[in-house]
Design a protein around this ligand. Structure first.
Ligand SMILES: N[C@@H](CCC(=O)N[C@@H](CS)C(=O)NCC(=O)O)C(=O)O
Length: 317
């Protein structure tokens, strides 16, 4: 295999790094070794749901509730963005934003049912159907869902050209940045079957740079996109807010998150919002049972249907 031997000042020789990696060299053509990746021992925590092909694995229709919006999700940071927005809309008086939140257990492969794939061919939560339109409208990708709802209710998205553009700048920043935090840093720090220095260094560097971007932005203003709280804050908070609050990957000390005092101030402020506290509970199946609402079909569910009040609380994720 030919490889350029590239050495930059202050870096390790690329050739050396490759050889350090237990002698692994990629084959000419990569093939899916189903046996090694089909369970959690070989492919990391999510090894059992990884396949190199798209499409449904089995036939099953999605459940449908009574409200205009049907959300199919799980209380991960990407899912929480949307449940926070729904709860904020309801809190601010948009009664037509009532929603059913159905649980999708991604570790069980429920995102590969035919019903789910019909509304999101990419098989990732969150995905949503708006049943108040004719025909129904499917929306997938958390950023697209936030934008869709914000436009539909003319809320949490500035209308003036300049501020609206700035809000969308940060919304799309989050969509591009978070895979490096989740799929990069989080995967190698928290989920990979063993610790590896090269990817850990690479993604730690990037995540700290992203936190610095946010910290500088929040030094000048209370919210990410300016004076007002918008869908940009709702998109960024479940990832970067959770990180500085020490709730993500147990990585607060490792990343020295206390260095980012403006991000912390912003994160703590948002954490106090009642709608955010409710949004964090929806489709959550781990942690304190009183803070888990596996499915939400009514506003009263927060009081009556938390995991501690249901038969047999679900195991943590
Ligand atoms: N860009 C997508 C990412 C969604 C995503 O990665 N969802 C994860 C959970 S946070 C998922 O469904 N994973 C299941 C899988 O990979 O099969 C979004 O923001 O909606």
């Amino acid at each position: 295999m030919a490889r350029v031997n590239l050495t930059l000042p202050g870096t390790k020789c690329v050739e050396d790094s490759v050889m350090d990696n237990q002698g692994y060299a990629p084959p000419k053509v990569w093939r899916w070794e189903q046996s090694s990746l089909a369970d959690d021992s070989g492919g990391g925590r999510f090894g059992s749901i990884n396949r190199p092909t798209a499409g449904a694995w089995y036939e099953q229709a999605l459940p449908v509730g009574k409200h205009p919006f049907q959300l199919y999700s799980l209380g991960t940071p990407n899912g929480v963005k949307v449940t926070i927005l729904f709860e904020e809309l309801l809190e601010s008086g948009h009664d037509e934003a009532e929603y059913d939140a159905h649980l999708v257990r991604i570790t069980e492969g429920e995102q590969f049912s035919s019903g789910f794939v019909e509304i999101n061919p990419n098989s990732k939560i969150p995905a949503m159907v708006d049943r108040s339109t004719r025909p129904d409208t499917r929306v997938f990708e958390s950023g697209a869902i936030l934008l869709y709802l914000a436009e539909k209710f003319a809320a949490f998205l500035p209308t003036e050209h300049g501020p609206r553009t700035e809000c969308l700048n940060w919304l799309f920043w989050q969509m591009g940045a978070a895979p490096l935090l989740g799929g990069g840093f989080g995967h190698f720090y928290a989920y990979a079957p063993e610790y590896m220095e090269y990817p850990t260094d690479r993604y730690t560097m990037e995540v700290k740079r992203q936190l610095d971007v946010l910290d500088r932005q929040l030094a000048e203003q209370p919210c990410v996109a300016g004076e007002s709280y918008t869908i940009a804050d709702m998109a960024i908070w479940p990832w970067y807010g959770a990180l500085v609050l020490g709730r993500l990957y147990d990585a607060g000390e490792f990343l020295s998150v206390d260095e980012y005092s403006n991000v912390r101030r912003w994160a703590e402020h948002i954490d106090q919002r009642p709608a955010v506290q409710r949004g964090r509970m929806v489709n959550r199946t781990w942690g304190d049972p009183q803070r888990q609402l596996p499915e939400r079909h009514d506003a009263s569910d927060f009081e009556h249907r938390t995991a501690d009040k249901l038969d047999g609380a679900e195991d943590s994720q």
